[in-house]
Design a protein around this ligand. Structure first.
Ligand code: WT7
Length: 676
């Protein structure tokens, strides 16, 4: 796959990735029970059947009124799915299940503190609580369809309850990840013009009870400085009846929801009839500029896609207990903790805390005690659990049928640990690629149909037609193994509708580069650009090489940083590895490698040399890191992503800039010291 062209090679063309691995075939037992066992779905979703094929997903929902048109493409790229259709997301996730599933657990809430009991909420409980809150929001606060409401809620049952109460009324919720700062809340509330902020007084994380309400006070103040008034702050108490925050209540502005809702016991609100194309929520995500983008998702298309893919990819079934360890503050949690699974009537685990607290056995105790059968998490979490206790899973008696991963490429080394140790060699693994913008999974194996291949996400899902374009917008031949910009040819129901209040940025960011003709009203001229580089193997599987900007260009050779990291991880001492591209006067960029070691391992010059040798051995001299830095820990965001920008600055001897968003800012100074 090496590209030794004389002409300039594009940034997205990466010469090497980790090498092709063997494939893993699902067991007969898994296939026998799966929702989808027949590849005929790909015929039903063939290009000839686009867009009508997606009615198969829409029919998983209850519609007050059936749609007139499956897809209206008259104003590209503002696709409108299921126009004329009327439905309500809260009705679909709750009310319609009551007849058959009233007593089934909708949510199993697991507090971080192991001494606190697990809280089980049935669909009936959810119905009662969502209605009471919806009644309050409507009749006390006067909120109306289309109003935006900003949420800054931690992982407590009140988060999905609040989302669903908003959805019931047609309010557009905008949940900001609870680990984000007051400034992030203020910016998002201002951008979306939310006059109400719903938060919690506290939450538990790493054994501590955090004062969360204080951040709401700061957010209101910062928003005011931005010229926006947050009129009302509604507060869920982490321990109902007890104030866990030291920050005083502001009369007139702050209200404790537990107290307010007393007057609303037993109240019910009819679900607001929503057009399929009415927005359901906003999810802000970072772009290339400093200003976060408010990704606007629709009611009908989004919910149909979340439900359809949860059924197809996660294989959710009535008897499953399903645990997605992501935070609901990210799109993964919106689509695959709340909307997709609840639309299907699933039982969902909601975990408040840090998976490695108080020890790396915690997730496996939860899995054992709740009988979890489906588990979904990120490579970062898998690496952290491996690092903290690679021998832990075997100590616990649990059994997964399916395990998923999402968010970043997973190194084959880590994939195999996930498979062999966490999955005990029995669970099927899916590697799901998608984005905040896409609403749901776009590439993954269908677990009972395709073999899994470590390091490869899999083929495109039914009805999704990927396209690899080079820098000039030329199509790369299918299945050629050449790296290029990953695009999707066709619209699909889960695609975001717009960037809130910024249609121009929406068009420019996702369609600007490869649109063939901006005046064209033919959807075929408007491929969606994902911003990732990828290759397609001979078998049609898509490998994600990472964001275009993660690519390292060493002396004209493109190397995926993940490849070097994967090699480093084969050293038995290494727990985590991160590669950064560092400016070099001769080679343009060279990789530098940061590694942290497993507990009990010691760094040494010999180990540094050996890791360097492993990289050369696994990939070639071109990938040899200029330095291997053994560090006590990686600088990480609160969501666990390694901040490569900080590592690049350290390597280049520059000021790392603002490190206030790091979960472990102190490590920056420690690394600087050891670099001498
Ligand atoms: C970016 C999107 C989708 C929810 C979580 C992240 C990367 C996502 C994979 C995967 C390799 C992946 C891509 C993508 N990504 N899934 N399975 N393999 N990379 O959502 O924050 O919007 O990030 O995450 O680079 O563009 P997000």
């Amino acid at each position: 796959m090496s590209t030794s062209k004389k002409n300039a090679v594009s940034e997205s063309e990466i010469s090497v990735h980790w090498r092709e691995e063997g494939s893993f075939i699902p067991s007969q037992a898994f296939i026998a029970q799966a929702n989808l066992r027949d590849a005929a779905i790909f015929d039903r979703f063939s290009a000839d059947h686009f867009p009508d094929c997606f009615t198969e997903y829409a029919e998983l929902l209850h519609w007050e009124r059936r749609w007139d048109q499956v897809l209206d493409t008259s104003n590209p790229p503002f696709w409108r799915w299921f126009t004329g259709g009327v439905l309500n997301a809260s009705y679909n996730c709750i009310d319609r299940h009551l007849a058959t599933l009233r007593n089934k657990a909708a949510l199993h809430f697991v507090p971080e503190d192991e001494d606190e009991p697990v809280v089980h909420l049935t669909y009936q409980d959810l119905y009662v609580r969502v209605n009471e809150l919806a009644a309050y929001l409507r009749f006390d606060l006067g909120l109306r369809k289309g109003d935006r409401v900003t949420l800054h809620l931690p992982m407590i049952p009140e988060l999905p309850i609040t989302m669903l109460a908003c959805a019931r009324l047609g309010l557009i919720h905008s949940q900001v990840f609870s680990g984000f700062s007051a400034k992030a809340v203020a910016e998002r509330a201002t951008d979306s013009q939310s006059r109400v902020l719903i938060t919690a007084d506290a939450y538990r994380r790493s054994g501590k009870l955090y004062d969360h309400k204080a951040r709401a006070d700061e957010a209101v103040e910062l928003a005011a400085q931005m010229g926006h008034l947050i009129e009302q702050v509604l507060i869920w108490q982490r321990y109902p009846g007890h104030a866990s925050s030291a920050s005083p209540m502001v009369p007139g502005r702050d209200r404790v929801l537990g107290d307010e809702l007393r007057a609303y016991r037993g109240r019910r609100v009819a679900p607001e009839p929503m057009e399929a194309t009415d927005p359901l929520f906003l999810m802000y995500t970072s772009g290339t500029t400093g200003k976060p983008k408010g990704c606007q998702h629709s009611t009908g298309g989004y919910l149909a896609y979340a439900a359809g893919t949860a059924r197809a990819v996660l294989d959710l079934q009535p008897q499953d207990v399903y645990w997605c360890m992501a935070d609901i503050g990210w799109i993964t949690g919106h689509s695959y903790i709340v909307y997709g699974p609840l639309a299907l009537g699933a039982s969902v685990v909601l975990f408040e805390g840090l998976p490695s607290h108080p020890d790396a056995g915690r997730p496996w105790r939860i899995a054992r005690d709740l009988g979890v059968s489906i588990f979904y998490t990120s490579p970062t979490a898998i690496r952290a659990l491996r690092r903290g206790g690679s021998d832990q899973p075997e100590k616990y008696d649990y059994s997964f049928k399916l395990m998923g991963t999402v968010g970043e490429p997973i190194e084959p080394e880590v994939w195999r640990w996930y498979f062999e140790t966490v999955g005990k060699g029995q669970a099927v693994i899916i590697d799901t690629w998608w984005q905040t913008e896409t609403g749901g999974v776009l590439t993954s194996t269908l677990p009972a149909i395709h073999p899994a291949k470590p390091g490869s996400t899999g083929p495109a899902l039914p009805g999704i037609y990927p396209l690899l374009l080079d820098e000039q917008g030329r199509e790369i031949p299918e299945r050629s193994g050449r790296a290029a910009n990953l695009c999707i040819r066709n619209p699909w129901p889960g695609i975001m509708q717009c960037i809130w209040n910024d249609p121009e940025r929406f068009v420019d960011t996702y369609y600007g580069r490869f649109c063939r003709d901006r005046k064209s009203t033919d959807w075929r001229d408007w491929p969606y650009m994902a911003g990732d580089a990828a290759t397609q193997d001979a078998d049609g599987y898509i490998r994600i090489l990472g964001r275009i900007d993660d690519v390292i260009n060493v002396a004209g050779h493109r190397i995926g940083s993940k490849e070097i990291e994967s090699a480093a991880l084969t050293a038995p001492e290494v727990a985590e590895a991160a590669v950064v591209a560092v400016a070099d006067p001769v080679k343009g960029r060279v990789p530098e490698l940061y590694v942290s070691l497993k507990p009990g391992e010691q760094g040494s010059a010999a180990l540094v040399a050996r890791i360097g040798q492993i990289v050369i051995h696994e990939i070639g001299k071109i990938a040899s890191p200029r330095h291997v830095w053994i560090v006590p820990d990686m600088p990480k965001t609160r969501s666990g992503k390694i901040m490569r920008r900080v590592l690049v600055a350290l390597s280049e001897g520059r000021d790392p800039g603002d490190i206030s968003t790091l979960a472990n800012a102190e490590v920056v100074e420690e690394i600087r010291k050891l670099m001498g």
